[in-house]
Design a protein around this ligand. Structure first.
Ligand SMILES: [Zn+2]
Length: 438
């Protein structure tokens, strides 16, 4: 029986060479890396994907079973467990004084063919921190709570960060009517989770009741690996800005219209896409942009395209960098319009400003890394996280990253060495205790 489980786990977790760089401070870790590893393996059994990854979508039977398992683990650890109106799961350890809570955790849901570390590490490291504090009879001034944010990925109903949005800015009514492929609405699934959409407003956290939020997460990129570092201190989560470009030419017969007389909306769109990439690359810095979709009218092989729309998405920590890029793309589009005779309009469709992590907490995380004999790397997060919602809600928030092998995530090959998982958990513990002492 035991062998069976081991074999299955070997398949679930890509077996590779362990990180040879042993942390010199590892022996003095207060968290138990082996127990954290066992928890990660245990969680991986809920919603395993046949090809070795994880398929534990939010609002699914696999997620529900994982939550039941974790609730049991939390209770066994002596924590008091509650679920809020949005399905966020909290487990509390009381403090000595009547102070706001220090909140730390992440999410347990995955994308349809994801990995075993994204979200899971932050959740199980939080549990490991609470277990180790209890074992070592460490009392804190502040109450400590681990949090499992509900539906971070948005892979089931197409709108991520559900639980942390509900806990900060609230979730809009229309969200509950969204349907999945099986014809079930979010409201139906909430009912299965014993949640009532009409009570969602009760999930909103009063920022005065939360001293700080800390989220440990795998990097999901390759910056730490490239720099040979093992701890990232997130300075902010990049803003996401979307625009829609709309190009109007003249729809006509593809055989009878001479080349010189065409006003081809698709050809002009192609040139505008190239110009967009040129403008995004023009500046030094880490800003990124993408055109990943295109809508052609009438979309036929024998018709000169009359109208084309495509979204332009740009991400950067500095919103003024994005404003500059879209300004220059606008100038290029005006020049293209004059040259091609097409009409071009660019309109903003989404503005999600950057979310800065708390400067005092960032410095504190960097200090704790140094105390563990590690250099930390300040870095932006180019993926969205629940931490962006708590930061925007006025709660001092910090994020700690540990390396993702080859920068891979949202894929079965996602991998963070057990040593780095333990280091991340130790960093989380030290950060929480340092916040408690301040
Ligand atoms: Zn995540």
């Amino acid at each position: 029986m035991r062998e069976g489980i081991t074999r299955r786990v070997d398949r679930l977790f890509p077996v590779g060479a362990e990180d040879p760089r042993e942390s010199p401070a590892r022996l003095s870790f207060a968290v138990n890396g082996g127990r954290l590893q066992a928890s990660l393996v245990a969680l991986s059994r809920f919603g395993p994907h046949p090809d070795g990854g994880a398929a534990r979508l939010a609002f699914s039977e696999a997620d529900l079973a994982a939550r039941a398992w974790l609730t049991g683990e939390m209770r066994t650890a002596g924590l008091s467990v509650r679920t809020d109106a949005a399905g966020n799961l909290f487990a509390r350890r009381e403090g000595r004084e009547n102070l706001p809570v220090i909140l730390f955790g992440s999410h347990m849901d995955t994308v349809p063919r994801g990995g075993h570390y994204d979200g899971a590490l932050g959740v199980l490291a939080a549990l490991e921190v609470l277990r180790s504090l209890d074992e070592q009879s460490v009392a804190t001034r502040h109450p400590l709570e681990m949090v499992v944010w509900c539906d971070e990925e948005g892979a089931h109903f197409g709108n991520g960060l559900f639980g942390s949005r509900a806990a900060t800015s609230g979730a809009p009514e229309e969200e509950f009517h969204r349907m999945d492929r099986d014809g079930r609405s979010l409201a139906d699934w909430m009912d299965r989770y014993r949640l009532d959409p009409r009570r969602i407003g009760r999930a909103v956290l009063d920022p005065r009741t939360v001293r700080a939020v800390v989220e440990l997460h795998v990097e999901q990129g390759g910056m730490l690996e490239r720099q040979g570092a093992r701890i990232g201190v997130v300075d902010g989560i990049v803003g996401i800005h979307r625009f829609e470009a709309r190009i109007r030419g003249i729809q006509n017969h593809a055989g009878t219209t001479p080349m010189a007389e065409r006003r081809d909306a698709l050809l002009t769109a192609a040139r505008l896409i190239v110009a967009t990439h040129e403008e995004i690359r023009r500046l030094p810095g880490g800003q990124v942009g993408n055109v990943g979709q295109i809508d052609v009218t009438p979309d036929a092989a024998n018709v000169v395209p009359g109208e084309v729309r495509f979204p332009i998405e740009m991400r950067d920590l500095d919103d003024t960098v994005v404003a500059g890029m879209i300004g220059r793309i606008g100038e290029r589009s005006a020049a293209l319009a004059r040259e091609t005779g097409c009409r071009i309009g660019i309109e903003r469709t989404l503005e999600e400003p950057a979310a800065w992590m708390d400067p005092g907490l960032r410095a504190l995380v960097a200090r704790e890394a140094r105390a563990l004999d590690h250099d930390s790397v300040p870095m932006p997060s180019r993926a969205g996280h629940d931490a962006q919602n708590t930061a925007r809600h006025g709660i001092p928030t910090a994020m700690i990253f540990v390396p993702s092998r080859d920068g891979i995530s949202h894929a079965p090959a996602e991998w963070t060495s057990w040593d780095d998982c333990a280091l991340g958990a130790e960093m989380l513990r030290r950060t929480v205790l340092a916040i408690d002492r301040r």
